[in-house]
Design a protein around this ligand. Sequence first.
Ligand code: NAD
Length: 307
Amino acid sequence: MQGDDAMTHTIAFIGLGNMGGGMAANQAKAGHRVNAFDLSQAALGRAAEHGCTPAGSVAAAVKDADVVITMLPAGPHVLKVYSEQIIGAAPTSALLLDCSTIDVETARKVAGLAKDAGYAFADAPVSGGTAAADAGTLAFMVGCDETDFARVEPALAPMSRITIRAGDHGAGQAAKICNNMLLGISMIGTCEAIALAERLGLDPERFFEIATKSSGQCWSVSNYYPWPGPVPAAPSNRGYEGGFAGAMMLKDLKLAQDAAAKNGATTPLGAQAEALYALYDRLGYGGRDFSGMLQLLRGRLDDLPKA
Ligand code: NAD
């Protein structure tokens, strides 16, 4: 691949789940040949319906690839798939892009293995959920060698609204977990403020009007208000269905706490956020949107069906 986004490329896409399915479909829609692989036959079938060519194995998918994209559950899957199935099987001219959310250490380890074998590699996790994956409007945060970024950006373009280079290998994952730790904390703060407003007899809708124009303003208030009404597209208007699952937020908060412990960072509010989302998950609401935390803090979780 020469960094020309108008060219047709052969793309190997590994991991066609909730996120990867839509992302692979957008690569096919952009006119690229997409050789797709997933352990799930159902996921492979859906990819075929969206213009991808199902492959029988990771090795078969990556054999002739210009670009390899992975979207896998967690660090151990990424390490195993790269070390045992991609490195050595893909041509060394292929650009390797891991878009999964994983720990910084594993991202750097995989980058080192890839580099030693002669490949260009980038960690490129995403912000935005399944709707953005389907619409091709994800935000990518990239960790790669500076000289490789000119190849990375056009390769991600069919799936992205914006792509930012965060720094060297691992920096994309660092940006992702720091951003999501901040999001988890700000959502809990927003929920606590609404719960207190309610107890004080202040209408949460009126509080929205005020907070969006005051210093409490943040993304969780303005774009994702956890009380139904003021932000019609927010999951609070549909019983906290869809959106960004509490269990996914918990995964990212755990990654942040592990990274903080290993690197000597002090993140007490991140630790509190992790504990609260662990409780939300344990009570049976991990499948509901993370803004459903409001109902836990109001003591009204029982009104919400478990998911
Ligand atoms: P998912 O579980 O729906 O999809 C993962 C897919 O990987 C599954 O289809 C699974 O069969 C496949 N898989 C697992 N091991 C494999 C292997 N060895 N070879 C081939 N395929 C394999 O998960 P998802 O929601 O699509 O999330 C994927 C990644 O994106 C995760 O790291 C997640 O943290 C991150 N992420 C998710 C969201 C979201 O809203 N869902 C948002 C941002 C980032």
